[in-house]
Design a protein around this ligand. Structure first.
Ligand code: SF4
Ligand code: SF4
Length: 286
C-alpha cells in the first residue's frame, strides 16, 4: 500500500464554528436526541426524531477494527481496510478529542482519540478542533483507536456539515466509538421502526453463529447495541438489521460468533462504493 503525504497547500477559507460553540451545541442536542430515540416508539412522535436518522442524509456503517481476520502481514484486515481508505484520500483532519466521551466525562476509552474528518471540506473546520494530518499520522491514529477497543463508524450524516458549516457532500467522518458514550450508538436497543435502518452493514461483511459452539450464555445479546442478537431455543440468532460492528464476535467466550469477509479487495471495493454512493469524497486508485 502506497503511503503518501497529505496536501497542505491551499490556505483555509472562512472557518466554521470553533470548539466551544460545538461543545455547547452537543450539550443542548444530547438530551433531545436521547429522548427522541425513546419517542421513536410512539406513533406521531416518532416523526420528530426521524429527520435525525433519515436516509440518505444519515448514512452510518461500522468497521470492526479489532476482529481477528488476519491478512498476510498480520495486520487485522478491517483495520487495514480503513488504512487503505486513508491512503486513497487527500484530506484528513483529526479531532483532538471525542466530543461524546468528553461530554460524558469518561476517561476510558480515552477522550483524546477523536474522530477523523475526510474530504475537501475539512479546510473549513476551525483549527481549535484539531489539525490536518499526513497519511502516516492517520494510520497511527487508527492503531491507537483499535488498541483502545474502539470501533470505526464511517458516517455521512447531515448534522456534521451543518455543525461545522461545510458542504454536505464533501465531508465524511470516521468516528471511533465505544458502546456506551456515542450519541449515535447509545439507546438504540429500544429504537422504533423509523430508526431500523440507521446503521448499514457493509455488503462484503457477514456475521454468523456456529450453533454447535453456542452455549446460550447471552453475552452477545447483552453487548449488541442494536438488539439484533437474541436467544432462540438456547442458541444465539442474528437479526436482519445487524450492523456488522463485531462486538458479539469479540465478546463470545466460546468463539461461536465469527466475522466473515469475502476478501480484502472485495470489502474495500464495497466500502468505496458505499462512500461514493453517499458522498462526493474524491478517492484515488478506485
Ligand atoms: S456469547 Fe457466544 S456462547 Fe454466548 S450466547 Fe452468544 S454466541 Fe452463544
Ligand atoms: S449482532 Fe453482533 S455484529 Fe451485529 S450489530 Fe449486534 S453486536 Fe454488532
Amino acid at each position: 500500500m502506497a503511503i503518501s503525504h497529505q496536501k497542505t497547500d491551499s490556505a483555509p477559507q472562512r472557518y466554521g464554528p470553533g470548539r466551544n460553540f460545538i461543545i455547547q451545541a452537543v450539550k443542548l442536542a444530547w438530551p433531545v436526541i436521547k429522548a427522541g430515540k425513546k419517542l421513536s416508539n410512539f406513533p406521531v412522535l416518532r416523526w420528530l426524531i426521524y429527520p435525525f436518522f433519515m436516509r440518505p442524509y444519515n448514512e452510518v456503517s461500522s468497521i470492526p477494527l479489532n476482529i481477528d481476520v488476519q491478512g498476510p502481514d498480520h495486520v487485522v484486515m478491517p483495520r487495514r481496510i480503513v488504512k487503505r481508505l486513508l491512503a486513497d484520500v487527500d484530506d484528513i483532519f483529526i479531532f483532538d478529542e471525542c466530543i461524546c466521551r468528553r461530554h460524558n466525562n469518561v476517561t476510558s476509552p480515552p477522550p483524546m482519540i477523536g474522530c477523523m474528518a475526510l474530504g475537501p471540506a475539512i479546510r473549513r473546520i476551525h483549527p481549535s478542533h484539531g489539525r490536518i494530518v499526513t497519511t502516516q499520522e492517520s494510520f497511527h491514529h487508527v492503531d491507537r483507536a483499535a488498541e483502545a477497543g474502539l470501533i470505526a463508524n464511517c458516517a455521512h450524516v447531515w448534522i456534521d456539515p451543518a455543525s461545522f458549516q461545510t458542504r454536505f457532500h464533501d465531508l465524511m467522518f470516521i468516528c471511533y466509538c465505544d458502546d456506551t458514550n456515542c450519541l449515535y450508538r447509545t439507546d438504540m436497543k429500544n429504537r422504533g421502526a423509523s430508526l431500523q435502518g440507521a446503521y448499514q452493514r457493509l455488503p462484503g461483511l457477514a456475521v454468523c453463529v456456529d450453533a454447535g459452539k453456542c452455549e446460550g450464555c447471552g453475552k452477545c445479546v447483552e453487548r449488541c447495541f442494536l438488539a439484533e442478537m437474541a436467544l432462540v431455543n438456547g442458541k444465539a440468532l442474528i437479526g436482519p438489521s445487524c450492523a456488522g460492528c463485531g462486538r458479539c464476535v469479540e465478546n463470545c467466550p466460546n468463539g461461536a460468533v465469527a466475522l466473515n469477509i469475502k476478501n480484502e479487495d472485495g470489502l474495500y471495493a464495497d466500502l468505496v462504493q458505499w462512500i461514493k454512493g453517499v458522498s462526493h469524497l474524491p478517492i484515488k486508485n478506485t
